[in-house]
Ligand binder design. Sequence first.
Ligand code: COA
Length: 146
Amino acid sequence: MLKRRIKRIKSIEELLEADKERQYFNNWKTSELKRVVSSDYYSCFLINQDEEVAGYVVLSTVLETAEIIYLYINKRFRTKGLGFLLLKEVFNELNQKNNITEVFLEVSEDNKIAKQLYENLGFRQIGIRRKYYDNKFDAIIYRLDL
Ligand SMILES: CC(C)(COP(=O)(O)OP(=O)(O)OC[C@H]1O[C@@H](n2cnc3c(N)ncnc32)[C@H](O)[C@@H]1OP(=O)(O)O)[C@@H](O)C(=O)NCCC(=O)NCCS
């Protein structure tokens, strides 16, 4: 049976290991990375399948509100429900331990898989930023009450 586990990222090394395929954080300064993994303003989690990192999510949190900054599932692990599982468990933890009651995010209108995933989790569209990405695609703003 596949063993899937969600884990809080607590060090720069863990964050960079989770980000190995995407390399979103590659050009960030050490001081900025330190802030991401250790300040109260950010929460980072990864999902393991068996012993491998399958993906990660970084959120910002202010009072009772969280925002998804970045979500990435490594290519060979996609469309197997791991994104759903990761966010579901992270939202439960943030709700129970950090009193987070609402989550916001922005996604490009052409990112069909991400939009499907967010709608499966119960997110509702609350706004649009026209031509936000590359002056071409609209950004859809989503909100979820926990
Ligand atoms: C978006 C992303 C995180 C999704 O992760 P994932 O683990 O593949 O997501 P899940 O498997 O939990 O859910 C994906 C859903 O999209 C559906 N889907 C797959 N292909 C689709 C398509 N072409 N059109 C619409 N829906 C599609 C899947 O069937 C699934 O829905 P279901 O469970 O109702 O069947 C992943 O594709 C990724 O990392 N993409 C690159 C980074 C990115 O876009 N991040 C989000 C930025 S906001």
